[in-house]
Write a protein that binds this ligand. Sequence first.
Ligand code: 4NP
Length: 156
Amino acid sequence: MVSVLFVCLGNICRSPTAEGVFRAMVEDGGLSDQITIDSAGTAAYHVGEAPDRRATAEAKSRGIDISSLRGRQATSTDFERFDYVLAMDSENYQNLRAICPKGQENKLAMFLDFAQGLNIRDVPDPYFEGGFGSVYEMIENAAGGLLDEIKSKHLG
Ligand code: 4NP
């Protein structure tokens, strides 16, 4: 079993989108019994809330239903539970680095580093600025690269 945790700030826009997109890819590939997926936020503002309706609408327009997901905050225990802890931007990365137990640092990575042909490392925060369409496409790109990596490294 390989486990993946997507992490943004609020767990209502970027990371639930990544969770939904990646889960659909994993299901399409028949790998649901080999890969577990979750998402969390570094902040507690939206714990227990459904995803932002703009994120839900963007995903729905592309055939992905994220409406049943609920916000939760990332904890240091997540580094014990997950093989991949993937930060949506460098601020999330720094906040995760601060709660990462010694010896687990190798699990932490920037999600967009799995994307092809993108020269940025941060998924822009769409909560105040918008841009849910381009955020979705970046996430889809990186999710594909992540699945390729997991297949070749762990499920070969
Ligand atoms: P997310 O977006 O980190 O992609 O879920 C945000 C959601 C809420 C806030 C900021 C970003 N906020 O400040 O409440």
